[in-house]
Design a binder for this molecule. Structure first.
Ligand code: PLP
Length: 369
């Protein structure tokens, strides 16, 4: 830990490259590196550069502002932004060569008009809702759109969809989504539109559904070394992935207390025996989940110490055990390779690993190595 950091996220960029190599061994096509949400909390620009160096053909973001941040950093690679609500700065996006997703005739119209006004033909990826029930044309609205598809001044470079349940490999819904996708792709071809880039696989499908790989897969969580679904697909280790993020803090105070001592707000944690408490200098404002059971904790000097009581805004308490030699100022690993995993934290908080890594606050510095 650098002297002045009371907490830090450590990001192992080599692990990103290794995870990509491992995942792409099973994929023939290209890959898009998903770097939305500040690279899943790992840092937008360092992750993007690492993924490009490891062979990413595209970068994928949710928001235009994320795409602009990539361009501002001098990144010239192809970028897709897939959330394109009305009234965004489409002109700037088109001028900066950012490819946009369309999910309605209205968005096609708005992007087409913005292109006309800057004198450039926008590059778009048509999103089909094949069963996610979120973004994309419904199959019916898609059929209507195809009838007027040549009325817009757009270059239709991509056709894509997103899976709802690819992380449950035994379920049939993914195959139904693929069927709906292929049917709509034929409609497009019949209308004389042949997008060059066909993409519908997230990490789970990249790992478990080879028939969905097509020309490009979109790698998100697995690139960061985490399992898309621990219950159905197994742990990072089982999938041959190395978690990229680890989180460190330090002890602001160490003290001995008697058995039966209530800890923190609501007194929901009570010491079962006389013990040593460690107070860790991170809390829910840093992204440590407030509702975290003692199934999570920290590792200090190679030994696990479970959380006790509720997490506060800037601190939480761990039970270091009666014989602990820890002292204030000692470094602790909150999650990482030595003690608790991100998946253990997610489970203890009743959530998924995606939420744990994306919610570590921006005020916690990211250290790259
Ligand atoms: C976030 C996202 C992904 C990546 O999903 P993972 O499960 O993290 O691999 C892929 N495609 C779209 C459209 C997304 O929004």
């Amino acid at each position: 830990m650098r002297d002045h950091n009371r907490a830090e996220v450590r990001v192992n960029l080599d692990a990103i490259a290794a995870n990509i190599r491992h995942l792409m061994r099973g994929v023939d096509g290209d890959f898009l590196a998903v770097v939305k949400a500040d690279g899943y909390g790992h840092g937008l620009i360092p992750v993007a550069k690492t993924a490009l160096a490891a062979g990413a053909k595209y970068l994928g973001v949710a928001l235009l502002e994320e795409a602009f941040a990539l361009r501002d950093a001098g990144i010239t690679a192809p970028i897709i932004a897939w959330l394109t609500p009305p009234n965004q700065d489409f002109k700037r996006a088109i001028n900066e060569g950012i490819e946009l997703s369309i999910a309605s005739a209205q968005s096609a119209q708005a992007i087409s008009a913005a292109g006309t006004s800057v004198g450039k033909r926008p590059i778009v990826h048509i999103e089909l809702d094949t069963g996610m029930g979120r973004g994309g044309f419904t199959p019916e609205s898609f059929t209507d759109f195809v009838k007027e598809i040549h009325n817009f001044e757009l270059e239709y470079r991509g056709f894509w969809s997103h899976f709802a349940r690819a992380d449950e490999p035994e379920r049939n819904e993914t195959h139904l989504q693929i069927q709906a996708f292929d049917g709509a792709l034929e409609e497009l071809h019949s209308a004389g539109v042949t997008p060059e880039i066909i993409h519908l696989s997230n990490s789970a499908a990249a790992i478990a559904h080879a028939s969905a790989h097509r020309s490009m897969v979109r790698l998100g969580i697995a690139m960061y070394g985490l399992s898309p679904d621990v219950a159905h697909m197994g742990s990072s280790e089982k999938l041959g992935l190395t978690p990229v993020m680890s989180l460190y803090s330090n002890l602001t105070l160490v003290k001995s207390v008697a058995a039966g001592t209530p800890i923190g707000y609501g007194g929901v944690g009570v010491t079962r025996h006389a013990t040593t408490l460690g107070i860790v200098t991170m809390g829910y404002s840093d992204g440590i989940p407030r509702q975290t059971s003692s199934a999570a904790g920290i590792s200090q000097a190679g030994k696990r110490a479970p959380i006790i009581g509720r997490v506060s805004m800037d601190q939480f308490v761990v039970d270091l055990g009666p014989d602990s030699a820890a002292k204030a100022g000692d470094e602790v690993e909150i999650f990482g390779a030595h003690g608790y995993s991100i998946d253990e934290w997610a489970e203890a908080a009743g959530t998924i690993n995606y939420e744990i890594v994306t919610r570590i606050a921006s005020r916690v510095p990211r250290i790259y190595g």
